[in-house]
Design a protein around this ligand. Structure first.
Ligand code: GRF
Length: 192
């Protein structure tokens, strides 16, 4: 809660199906600590937007994700910003406005297997090709580069014999759904 007794207002940016958004919507629906108040996408047909609408949360589709003023306006009075499968870089002015209050979830154990081109199945294929014994999910602060900001929390996932990029992605996604709401609640408490 903020000093006014209201839950911390969380904006979620998502480009895809939005299962991480759904985990946040479900966990925070009745929370006194934090609430998803806006969902923003760069894609008009992102599944995440439908999840938001079903939950009665305001949505915005960005015309130009590189336009800092447009994104600032869409974020409105948000106090915490979560990138949950958002595929665009955040303009520097927005990163600096939300310094320490903007996080991203990545489906691998950063600092390995992150950066440009490391998204979706590319990440899991690279992890398997490396011979690593484990992967996982990482939540980190957002800065001006992809997947580079300070790491806040990770959940590890064991790699099983016979794993494919798809099977590993599915297990990492389950870890993401546990990790992201936990970190959002933790940060919201710190902001309160
Ligand atoms: C997740 O694996 C997330 O880590 C990555 O993109 C995927 C988004 O999945 N950045 P969803 O849209 O939340 O289902």
């Amino acid at each position: 809660m903020t000093p006014t007794g209201q839950p911390v207002r969380v904006a979620v940016l998502a480009s895809g199906g939005g299962t991480n958004l759904q985990a946040l919507l479900d966990t925070l629906a009745a929370s006194p600590i934090a609430r998803v108040t806006r969902v923003i996408s760069n894609r008009a047909n992102a599944g995440a937007l439908n999840r938001a609408r079903r939950a009665g949360v305001a949505t915005t589709v960005l015309r130009d994700p590189a336009d800092a003023a447009e994104l600032q306006a869409a974020l409105g009075d948000a106090q915490l910003v979560v990138l949950a499968g958002y595929m665009k870089l955040i303009p520097a002015a927005v990163v600096s406005r939300f310094h320490g209050r903007m996080i991203n979830i990545h489906p691998a154990l950063l600092p390995d297997f992150g950066g440009p081109g490391m998204y979706g199945q590319h990440v899991h294929a690279a992890v398997l090709a490396s011979g690593a014994r484990e992967s996982g999910a990482t939540v980190h602060l957002v800065d001006e580069a992809f997947d580079r900001g300070a790491i806040i929390a990770q959940e590890r996932v064991r790699i099983e014999t016979g794993d494919t990029p798809e099977s590993l992605a599915a297990r990492v996604l389950e870890a993401e759904h546990r990790l992201l709401p936990r970190v959002v609640l933790q940060l919201a408490k710190e902001l309160s």
